[in-house]
Design a protein around this ligand. Structure first.
Ligand SMILES: C[S@@+](CC[C@H](N)C(=O)[O-])C[C@H]1O[C@@H](n2cnc3c(N)ncnc32)[C@H](O)[C@@H]1O
Length: 750
């Protein structure tokens, strides 16, 4: 009982305690069969609870008001007064507990019902109202309840049963009412204070006056006050603005204050400020000062959310579902144990993952048996989610350019039991689709400036400069083009790309998408499927207009959704990228001379241009070959084809036409000899022949066969340096022999 009770007291809901619920449901069904008469606490509640929960709020007030005023019931009023002292005594706590037990017993009709902690008080109020309205009603029949009260109010032993019950009910009712009133008063006072603070400067405070204090350590309270004052003035500049001060002056002052108060560089503060109204910008900066809720994602490859919640609750963790939008997220309010070291964590039952980071995967919606690419995947929160959604079928290529991060990725993949995942460590800009293409879906959770996760990494406030906001979006554009070109538009189940960042700037989001829409007319923005959660992408920004469908992309903000700042865009590829378009997109750099392949030329000509090999076609240009082939089991005959294909790709990468190179008649041994690193790699046959001839040559010379033999072949300079040495050695070896011969000859002569 302890756990469930603790949870209800500390956090709102316990909607996940389903195993307990099942047990309780059984109990409930048992009690339902029992005769209705045995006036128990349960019965009181079962009579009262369900209809009461929603309608009793007014009743509660009415009853309490009666209690306070009605002279016809002096006893109640007296008891109530007496009750002011016991109110602080743990009676309400006991009541709470009891109510919780009752709730446990009776209210857990479904998971959500558990979360209604307010039902406790409602229950009580209902009991109270019943008690007053009809003296003989079922509430009063509650023997168990009566006994409980007796025990609780043992000081009042001389009172009659009815009085006792009345008193107990009044005390708790009053206690709750007082609590509510106090809370309301406090809220009112707070609101008044805030209003007063604003009213004091109703004529428009002279926010510029304080600037003389610059240079001293800032008084943060004053600074904050000035920020709010400036924002208020900017809301009605005509009335509140000072003469001679323009909007720009106020913005300038506000930005200066924001930088001082929150610690941003001017550059970044301005960039972020420009995304919102001044008021909302303030809310955004404020939200960045507080952490987002801790969220874990259930790994459905190993367990389910209900069992996981139960296991963690048993460890004293206070949690609830993250929201209706996710079936696997749990928000953790409190944990007496480190969440990264529980047995459940170690067994891979969950992963610590920010709520917003679920969204791109949900938008991508990978299906079982698909071939999916996660272009920038470490540390694998999204990869492992994809793997789980695909139920460990199909294939996920999890790539990341960072080796240390890729190690973390591998760790997570193993811990979470993802068996359909292959980790690669490549620069996705150049590796895809050259190395692999034809994916059903691609996720590009792009490297970004991290302006959406400042609460996690406050270093962003000062570390990101103008250069970053040029270089990073540039990289994002390259990656997104590669992502698009790696998708098979003809995929029967997919053909989708999801682009996401944990940044809120337009340069990294809408502007990147706009760029690729221009470069790749064969993609279109589609609905993310994430519903109303979040806000639509910007349709325009600072005079720039974006695609009308940009509103289908989603933005998430810490101050709006209480999640990390995030951006999600879903694209559907409708056709292979037209070669003409890839040529169009050539920027300034000239095409590689001598290259006859249009694809190769376009790829070589610009740094943001990539090949479109969606999918990588076989020799006959037949894409159907790839259905289940590219990622199927690596059987021998298929391997041969793959190797051949890889070879063709290799040749293409070198800017050569594979057909031309492979169909060339094989040169004679002597002709083939001077191969450079740029030439086409030798076939196996050729390699064997070369190796055999080298071996025989070396054996003939009596030299030892070494591993670096090949290198020596490629580096004649080294060899030539070694030759004179060997000759000298031979000479020195030969000298004593000659001397001996001479001596022998002399002896013979004698
Ligand atoms: C936002 S993080 C990815 C987070 C990951 N998707 C997850 O959910 O755990 C961006 C990743 O991109 C990787 N990265 C940066 N440049 C890359 C490139 N050119 N190719 C592939 N990965 C790259 C970084 O190493 C980093 O791990």
């Amino acid at each position: 009982m302890g756990v469930g009770r603790r949870m209800k007291k500390q956090g709102p809901p316990a909607p996940l305690d389903e195993s307990k619920i099942t047990m309780l449901k059984k109990r409930k069904s048992g009690s339902a069969e029992a005769p209705p008469k045995p006036a128990s606490a349960k019965r009181r509640r079962s009579d009262a609870d369900e209809p009461v929960t929603k309608k009793d709020a007014p009743k509660k007030k009415k009853v309490n008001a009666d209690v306070n005023v009605a002279p016809a019931k002096p006893v109640k009023a007296d008891k109530k007064k007496q009750s002011t002292k016991p109110k602080a005594v743990p009676v309400p706590m006991s009541d709470d507990d009891e109510d919780m037990e009752d709730l446990d017993d009776e209210e857990f009709g479904d998971l959500d019902a558990v979360s209604e902690g307010s039902m406790d008080s409602d229950d009580q109020v209902e009991g109270l109202s019943d008690l007053e309205d009809d003296d003989d009603n079922s509430v009063m029949d509650s023997d168990d309840e009566g006994r409980t009260r007796e025990a609780m109010f043992s000081d009042d032993e001389d009172m009659s049963d009815a009085e006792e019950r009345l008193t107990a009910a009044n005390i708790e009712g009053l206690s709750r009412k007082l609590d509510l009133e106090q809370q309301a008063e406090e809220e009112e006072a707070e609101a008044e204070l805030q209003e007063a603070a604003l009213q004091t400067n109703i004529a428009g405070p002279d926010v510029f006056a304080d600037q003389s204090q610059q240079g001293l350590a800032p008084d943060l309270q004053l600074l904050r006050q000035r920020i709010t004052d400036t924002i208020r003035i900017m809301g009605d500049l005509k009335t509140l603005g000072q003469a001679g001060k323009s909007r720009a002056d106020y913005i300038d002052l506000l930005l200066t204050d924001i930088c001082t108060y929150y610690g941003y560089t001017r550059f970044l503060a301005e960039k972020l400020f420009n995304l919102f109204t001044p008021m909302e910008a303030f809310a955004f900066f404020e939200a960045n000062e507080t952490p987002r809720p801790v969220v874990i994602r259930t790994n459905t490859l190993r367990t389910n959310r209900r069992s996981l919640a139960q296991a963690l609750i048993n460890r004293g963790v206070v949690l609830e579902p993250v929201g209706k939008w996710s079936k696997v997220g749990l928000q953790v309010f409190e944990s007496p144990v480190p969440l990264g070291a529980t047995p459940e964590y170690l067994a891979g039952h969950y992963i610590l993952q920010a709520a917003s980071s679920f969204l791109p995967v949900m938008a991508l919606a990978p299906q079982p048996n698909e071939r999916v690419l996660d272009m920038a995947s470490a540390p694998g929160g999204k990869t492992t989610y994809m793997s789980a959604l695909m139920r460990n079928t199909g294939c996920v290529i999890a790539n990341d350019a960072s080796k240390p991060r890729a190690k973390g990725l591998i760790g997570n993949i193993h811990r979470l039991g993802c068996k359909n995942t292959v980790v690669t460590h490549m620069d996705a800009r150049t590796a895809f689709p050259k190395a692999l293409g034809g994916f059903d879906r691609v996720l590009l959770d792009a490297p970004c400036t991290g302006t959406g996760v400042i609460s996690k990494d406050p270093g962003v406030k000062t570390s990101k400069n103008e250069r970053d906001f040029l270089a990073i979006p540039h990289m994002q554009r390259q990656l997104l083009l590669a992502a698009i070109d790696s998708v098979d538009h003809a995929s029967k189940t997919g053909g989708y790309i999801v682009y996401s960042t944990c940044s809120v700037t337009v340069e990294e989001n809408e502007a990147v998408v706009q760029y690729v829409l221009r470069k790749r007319p064969n993609v279109k923005i589609v609905d993310t499927g994430l519903g109303d959660f979040g806000s639509p992408g910007f349709l325009s920004y600072m005079g720039k207009k974006f695609d009308a469908k940009m509103a289908l992309t989603r933005r998430y903000f810490p101050h709006r959704e209480n999640v990390d700042g995030f951006y999600v865009c879903k694209l559907k590829k409708t056709a292979v990228t037209p070669v003409s378009k890839t040529d169009d997109s050539v920027s300034s750099a000239p095409a590689k001379s001598g290259s006859k392949s249009p694809r190769a030329s376009s790829a070589a000509s610009t740094d943001d241009e990539v090949y479109d090999k969606t999918p990588i076609l076989d020799e006959n240009g037949d894409a159907a070959d790839f259905e289940g082939g590219a990622f199927a089991s690596f059987e021998d005959p298929e391997d041969t084809e793959r190797i051949a294909r890889a070879e063709r790709n290799r040749i293409r990468r070198k800017g050569l036409n594979p057909k031309g190179v492979l169909n060339k008649p094989k040169k004679s041994k002597s002709e083939a000899a001077p191969k450079t690193s740029d030439s086409v790699p030798p076939t196996k046959e050729e390699e064997n022949k070369t190796a055999a001839s080298k071996k025989s040559t070396n054996e003939g010379k009596g030299e030892k066969k070494t591993v670096v033999k090949g290198k020596e072949d490629k580096k004649p300079a080294t060899k030539s340096k070694e030759e004179p040495k060997a000759k000298e050695e031979k000479k020195t070896e030969a000298k004593p022999k000659a001397e001996k011969k001479e001596k022998k000859a002399k002896k013979a002569n004698k």
